[in-house]
Design a protein around this ligand. Sequence first.
Ligand code: PGA
Length: 257
Amino acid sequence: MKKILVGAAFKMNKTVEESIEYAKELDIFIKEHAERLKGIDVFVLPTFLSLYTFSKLLSGSKLKFGAQNCFWADEGAYTGEVSPMHLRKIGCTYVELGHPERLNILKEDEAMINKKIIGCLRNDLKPILCIGEEKEHPGKDEVNDFLKKQIRGYFKDVKAEEVNNIILAYEPVWAIGADKSASVEYIHDSLVFIRDFLDLEYGKNTGKNQLIIYGGSVNPKSAFEILKLDNNNGIFIGRAALNYDYFIKMVNMAIGA
Ligand code: PGA
């Protein structure tokens, strides 16, 4: 059975109280539907402030949680940064890295993301690594060249056997915060390319075994057909997941996909 992930990133939304309320309800839903949710991992990435309470609330729960960023070193004189080791110690499973909002607004670059990936892997955290081209291209070559270059840069010094510990989030920048998701055909073509490229670079089956999810304006209207794509492992949701009922709808769609 294909593994499916359905994840929400709150970005800088929801207070600690609101995030906890959301997680409590979601945890109950997941417990009640445990049988139907076999093979589906649901996760939430709230702001840093909520994570410690999440760790207490969700210890032993099937609902996974993680951070939207971290630093690359485990500890030291790095004012204001958050250690991947500390995140792991409170039970985070995931850390989102490489989101275009961090690249564009916070000026993170390829070398920084690369170090953060290595810091996460060292601490047994799964990076959810955003990749994707800036502009919509009708021809495939430009998209593929961009993805190739981005993956090579981000994966520098990542051992071949560790590649599958990274979750790739294919998020075309132009489809984030937009009116609609990329088309399923467009997503499909990019995912075919990414899987083939991983096979070539890191050995056969790396691409086949790679978890790749799609993000970018996913909502209850677009989620089902994206989930049904046979080479896609799930959806990563921003705005639409802020509405708890919408998120539950999309989790239910993953069961039927
Ligand atoms: P969006 O955000 O669903 O609001 O487009 C997606 C993302 O930034 O990952």
